[in-house]
Every structure is written in C-alpha cells, then in structure tokens.
Design a protein around this ligand. Structure first.
Ligand SMILES: *Cc1c(COP(=O)(O)O)cnc(C)c1O
Length: 381
C-alpha cells in the first residue's frame, strides 16, 4: 500500500463530527469576519503559548510582515534571517521594505547558528528573525543574548513549531513577537489559509490588530495604511477544534520520530536529525540527509513511499533574490542538496513507519547489489 507524505483527509475524518459542528455554528451565525470565533481562538492560542496576546491574521507570511510593520522596520533597515529556511521568512522582510541578511545554520540542528550572527550585524540591523525549522526550536537564549547586546528585536518564525518547547518553555513567547502559519500542512493547520501573531507587548499587539484591518481600530477611522489580512471565522472555529488535539497529535509525531531515530541509526551515509538536550521538537518534518539524496528519493518512490525536499533551492539562489545569487553560503547550499523529508504526521500508523524503515534499509542492499555487480563485471573484463 502506498504511504503518502502527509494525509490531510485523515485528519478531517478523525475530527469530522466536531469540525462539522463548528462549520454549522459559523454558517448559522451569519457572521464571518472578526467575530466570536476569532476572539475565542485568539484567547485560547495565547494561553496555549503562554503569552498575553494573539492576533489572528490571513497567513504566516502576513503575520511576520505585520510584526515588522508594527515595529516600524522598513526601507533602509536590515533584518537577520536564516540562510536555511522557507523563503517566506525572507519575503516578509522584503515586503516590509527592509533587507534580509542571511546567516548560516548550525550544521547539526539546521537552525540559525547564534555564533555567526554578530558578524552579520551592521548599524542598519534592527531585528533577528530565527526560525524553529522543521519543528525544532532555535537556540533562543543565545539569539536573545546577541540581540539584547545590540539593542535588536527578536521575531520568532514559529510557522513550523506549534507546541515545541525550548528549555521547557513554549516557542512563540521567547522573543518580542512570533509569527505563526496555519497552512493546512502545519502541525496546527486550518482548512485553508490562516496565521497569527503572538506577543506579550500590549502596544505591539494593538498595532498589529489595526494593521491587519486596514489600519483601523474603529470602523472608518484609519490610523495606518494597513492591510486586509484577517483570520476568518470559519478557519478560527476549525482551529479551535484542532488546538484541543494539538498536544496529542504532536505526541503521535514524537512516537514515529522516536521509532525512525531508533531503527534508522547506523545506516551508511544516512544522517539523522540531531536534537539538543534543551529542545522538545514537534517534528513538523523528519528530515534526513544522504549524499545520494536524489537516488534515495527515487528508490523510496519505487517502494511506494512519498517524500518531499525541504527545500530544494535556498532563498539566496532563487530568481526572486537575483541580487543575492552570487552569495556563497556553503553550509546552507550543502544542506539543500542532501535533505529528504520522510512521511510523518498524526495519521501515520506504526506499520507504515515500519515499511518506511524497511525501504530505507533496502536502499543500501540495492546499492550494494549494484556495486557488487559492477565489481563482478570489472573483474570479468
Ligand atoms: C509555512 C511557513 C511560512 C509561511 O506561512 P503561510 O501561512 O504559508 O504564509 C513562513 N515561514 C515558515 C518557516 C514556514 O514554514
């Protein structure tokens, strides 16, 4: 049986009754934008993250962009971003009119290397935007330490890390503000687009609240040149249902990740995820590395196992950032050539994980066989 990379329909079916009830509740209320559901979700998610405020917005990219706008970060300013991330982190900075300045990752955790941040700071630097990549928290104490020494803001890109903990504390409250995405494939995913900002800064929350709604707190009074970027009532109602399941679903991911870590250790060439002792990741993705990544992906595909690459091209090599295409960031570039994400999600069964393990073990046997045959041919010649 084929194992898909991620089965989103299964997560609907598991919660069908509650999700359908949420749907009817909103439809019958006749109120679809900025109402009771969004307010309730904002309160529940703020509590979950251990912060004072949550502001629902249209998506994760807007969440990060609106934080920068609310901090008055824009043209002429620089924001330090990871070289190794999804491009949205960089785009948020560019849309605010500021310049993303990449810093290489730690090669073991794939997250921004705090030891390399200082050398990237200039008089124009205003903020650092660490990403909790693949669901694993960045080294926030070290990032915060550099930031406070230089008077910089810290904005967490928490789009892949709903529920993750750093030294026992939930991400999303570890800097000045955090941006979240509820894209369907995320650990806390809506059934469409959605996002949020979390912060304990009253003034910042207030500004984001206005900026997401045409720059207005009071209808037809516009304080800022804002956007229209709101979480809608339907998505908020769905997210409230799924938030109640988040810890349980993250626990399922943890079990599968533990199985992979145990059973895949020692396979030649395969590099498994490294988890520092202060990190409690939520395994948004289970990313392995292999020097023959493309071949491995083809082999798994042949065994009916869906994998994805996060990400095939780093932001500085994208046409969208052609002004940076000549930059050489060797660690990020090497990582992008070798990473492969294995199937992992709340719907994966143990037997399916076993099948993934067997297929990975089979890769080496298949490769040995090939090498053996080649050797035999060489000898015969
Ligand atoms: C998904 C994601 C985003 C963007 O979120 P959207 O809701 O898709 O706009 C930003 N940063 C990271 C690291 C992400 O994975």
């Amino acid at each position: 049986m084929r194992i898909p990379f991620l089965d989103l329909k299964a997560s609907y079916l598991e919660l069908k009754e509650e999700l359908d009830a949420a749907y009817y509740r909103v439809m019958e209320s006749g109120w679809f934008i900025l109402g009771k559901e969004v307010e309730a979700f904002e309160r529940e998610f703020a509590d979950y993250c251990g912060v004072k405020h949550c502001v629902g917005v249209g998506n994760g990219l807007d969440a990060l962009h609106l934080i920068l706008r609310a901090m008055d970060i824009g043209p002429g300013d620089e924001v330090i971003v990871p070289a190794n991330t999804y491009i949205a982190t960089w785009l948020a900075v560019s849309h605010a009119g500021a310049t993303p300045v990449p810093v290489e990752p730690d090669e073991r955790t794939y997250n921004i290397d705090p030891n390399r941040i200082e050398e990237a700071i200039t008089p124009r630097t205003r903020a650092i935007m660490p990403v909790h990549l693949y669901g694993q928290p960045a080294d926030m104490d070290s990032v915060n330490e550099v930031a406070s020494r230089h008077g910089l803001k810290v904005i967490e890109d928490a789009a892949q890390a709903h529920g993750a903990r750093y030294k026992g504390r939930r991400v999303g409250g570890l800097g000045h503000a955090a941006g979240w995405s509820f894209y369907p494939g995320k650990n806390l995913g809506a059934f469409g687009d959605g996002g949020a900002v979390t912060t304990s800064d009253d003034a910042l929350a207030d500004r984001v609240r206005a900026l997401r709604n045409y720059g207005s707190h009071v209808k037809y009074h516009n304080l800022y040149k804002g956007l229209n970027s709101r979480l809608d009532e339907l998505q908020a109602a769905f997210l409230r249902v799924k938030l109640r399941k988040l810890d349980e679903w993250n626990e399922r991911r943890r079990k599968i990740a533990a199985l992979y870590l145990d059973r895949l250790s020692g396979l030649p060439g395969l590099i498994l995820p490294y988890v520092p002792d202060w990190a409690e990741p939520v395994w948004h993705l289970f990313v392995v590395r292999h020097p023959r990544r493309n071949e491995l992906q083809r082999h798994l595909e042949g065994e009916g196992i869906g994998t994805l690459i996060h990400y095939p091209v780093p932001p500085h090599k994208q046409p969208a950032y052609r002004e940076m295409n000549d930059l050489h960031l060797p660690i990020a570039e090497r990582i992008h050539c070798e990473v492969l994400s294995l199937p992992l999600g709340p719907a994966i069964q143990r037997s399916q994980a076993d099948q993934v393990v067997a297929a990975l073990q089979g890769f080496d046997k298949a490769a040995d066989q090939k090498a053996d045959n080649t050797l035999r041919v060489v000898r015969q010649v």
